[in-house]
Design a protein around this ligand. Sequence first.
Ligand code: GLN
Ligand code: ZN
Length: 765
Amino acid sequence: MTFSHILGYPRIGADRELKRATEAYWKGDADRASLEATGRELRKRHWQDQREAGLDLVTVGDFAFYDQVLNVSLLLGAVPARFAAKAELERGEVDLDTAFRMARGRAPSGEPAAACEMTKYFDTNYHYLVPELHQGQDFRLASTRLFDEVVEAQQQGHAVKVALVGPLTWLWLGKERGESSFDRLALLDGVLAVYAEVFARLAKLGVEWVQLDEPALAQDLPGDWKVAFERAYHHLQGSGVKLLVANYFGGLGDNLTLAVNLPVAGLHLDAVRAPQEVETVVDRLLPHKVLSLGVIDGRNIWRADLAALRDQWTNAASRLGERLWIAPSCSLLHVPVDLERETELDAEFRSWLAFARQKLDETVTLARLLAGRVRPEDEALLAACVQAIASRRESPRIHRPEVGARLAALGEADSQRPSPYLQRAEQQRRALGLPLFPTTTIGSFPQTAEIRAARRDHKAGRLSADDYHTRMREEIAQAVRLQEELGLDMLVHGEAERNDMVEYFGEQLDGYAFTRFGWVQSYGSRCVKPPILFGDVSRPAPMTVEWSRYAQSLTGAPMMGMLTGPVTMLQWAFVRDDQPRATTCRQIALALRDEVCDLEAAGIRAIQIDEPALREGLPLRKAEWQEYLDWAVEAFRLSASCVADATQIHTHMCYSEFNDIIASIAELDADVITIETSRSDMELLDAFRDFDYPNEIGPGVYDIHSPNLPEVDWMVALMEKAAERISLERLWVNPDCGLKTRQWEEVTPALANMVQAAKELRRRH
Ligand code: GLN
Ligand code: ZN
């Protein structure tokens, strides 16, 4: 027999029930009891799905009202003092509202306080709440939810495996807080004591297996962290349960020996991302340990090639026998719930896909194929799979030879502007007639309720295409008028017509598909619906040219064209697994290049190509960074390089950590980059100064996420700091990011002040 299990299941619900229930609770439209009931209902359904699919164990511990990393913080009593009375922690149960206040700063009960920081979980788009660590911090078991959920599952007749973020990864994801710096590994013993207590209680409940997620093993670990891994798992030995240490999102790399030798009962590997490590691990695995092979892709939506996987892992199966477990590569949290609901996708396309529910079946069938215990339903799934894989391999919807031919014909000159920056800048200054400290914005203006209503009506057929376009043109005209009145120098059209910066382009490009219910949790109750990049990408027709042409026709000032860059278009989608990401990215770059050419031909003299996702595409291991950066930079340049020297290329990135990628940012060779800086007091420009960054920079002078009105003096002072680092003629004045989430009442006075600040700067310099 070959065991099958999953590392975790999406908790949001096929209808986003959890989103609705938590948001209703936060608003006061539903009480605690009904929220808890929704949680119970979802857990019940998800365990039932796992059992019906034929998994040997159901996973408990993956449910969370907000976040699974936060759950461990609650379990450990790691609740910052601003949220909880000590008494609450000592009673041994953190209240649910305390958890919500940690997550979002407020809850139906309790005093509001600054929420915990949130950031992306490894290389996913899932955001976790960063554990706050303090010198000398105490830990104590402060939540019984996990045990209640175990009992709940057992009462429903399930064989339970518990899944938790492991102690080292929990610490790894945390951040030190407080005055003096300290080594967070000093907290490990206290953390381990609580984990041991948790295991003892789980053992008493009859739980045999506990999976500890330790994807920190997929990253470069400093020496003391490796030692800490060994120490921790020696300490946890004999705590009454069998431990399965799970690594995912990448290979073990130089942590392989460490991981294989941990004194635990089993190891889980991500055999989708690092199949090459499996044989070594099998060779070196002690005979009492199990190996859980993550072979079904937990990060993507493609149907697994079961026949190929069976062949690939037959040898491992025969060597390990019952010690082999089969699983998805990571938790299924990162894929949508159920493909069954996508009734609007055509049958062929649908047959190429598998969401979480379908991946359960794939996992079970593959385990039975490898064990040679095939049932009729496995035969049926295998047959359907063989057919789907063949149709996907050959489909003319995916493979369009002209796209490949165009890529193959590219030469070095195609990703190269005609002249170097200094010469281009000369020509652009003349062509655009901009003053010193030119002012601009990042692209979007407020997406008002009226705009969204018009789009909804148009989609539902209540508003004709003509009427919708007229409405959007009115919005654009209004935005242009306002910018002229305010005296901005480089105008934008405001992006009224765009629902989302990726979806808007994806919908117009060949090679992209959209689901109706393909929601994936991003953080808390927030879900995103990433498009599916399934085929060779090309642009059948211009996408933004008419809007930009119209906007430019309304003004004598330069109007900026506005596009989403190739790396961001790739990064925020489910991508093909049948060709390298780099190839897909270059295809998108070529499609965008067509748009850039057409915008220029339509009289647009400046074009912004946004790349907010460039940095998050960095691989988990530093050794792989350069390769990624090389193709990412090339893709950007490919999209931008068809224009004449006098046409100004802008880019925008909304983050502030440029230190380790500054060389690649410079290689993009955008004439102007606008970035987020206002919260760092312009200190992040140090990276640009130290590198001698050659082109123009617009360091955001105010934080668009804050509702406060930015003062003129304050922005002037910030720009003076910028001017200490970057020469004057290369500085722009602009906000931090797009304004689509703000109100006009906030935007208008803020931009008016910003223009005043620029005037004051010009007077002084
Ligand atoms: N042009 C986009 C906007 O202004 C950029 C958004 C972003 O980078 N996140 O909304
Ligand atoms: Zn931004």
